[in-house]
Design a protein around this ligand. Structure first.
Ligand code: HEC
Length: 113
């Protein structure tokens, strides 16, 4: 009985710890996005990134990055570190690797759901 309770507690702890960590990465990523990306990828105004992606995909993909479900952390990293068209690249002193990973978690949060 004691063993079963121990296993149950272990599984519960693992479950909640894992979920709390995943949630936190997404929340931190949203803050990074709000700080560095919304100026151009805003959802309420016709900002340059949203406008450019609307023209690029013609509705085949959402113009809003936050509504995309096809992005991967690797491709986000590529574009954020190198820039594309008029989008600037971001240095590690602006967005460090941990913050970039959080950004990846945020922008891929709806993938596969
Ligand atoms: C100065 C404006 C600007 C800022 C700031 C900006 N972007 Fe962009 N971004 C753009 C534009 C414009 C494009 C479209 C480029 C093109 O025409 O292909 C773009 C494209 C992208 C794409 C490629 C999407 C696709 O399917 O082609 C990704 C991903 C992206 N941005 C992510 C980000 C992230 C993450 C941030 C914040 C770290 C950010 N951008 C900040 C302007 C910006």
């Amino acid at each position: 009985m004691r063993t079963l309770i121990s296993i149950g507690l272990f599984l519960l702890t693992t479950f909640f710890t894992t979920n709390v960590n995943a949630q936190t990465a997404v929340e931190r990523g949203e803050q990074v996005f709000d700080t560095w990306c919304t100026a151009c990828h805003d959802d309420t105004r016709r900002t340059p990134g949203t406008a450019a992606l609307a023209a690029k995909y013609q509705g085949a993909l959402p113009a809003l990055l936050e509504e995309r479900t096809d992005l991967t952390p690797a491709i986000i990293e590529l574009w954020v570190r190198n820039g594309i068209s008029i989008m600037p690249f971001f240095r590690k002193t602006e967005i460090n690797d941990a913050q970039l990973a959080d950004l990846g978690a945020y922008l891929t949060r709806n993938n596969g759901n």
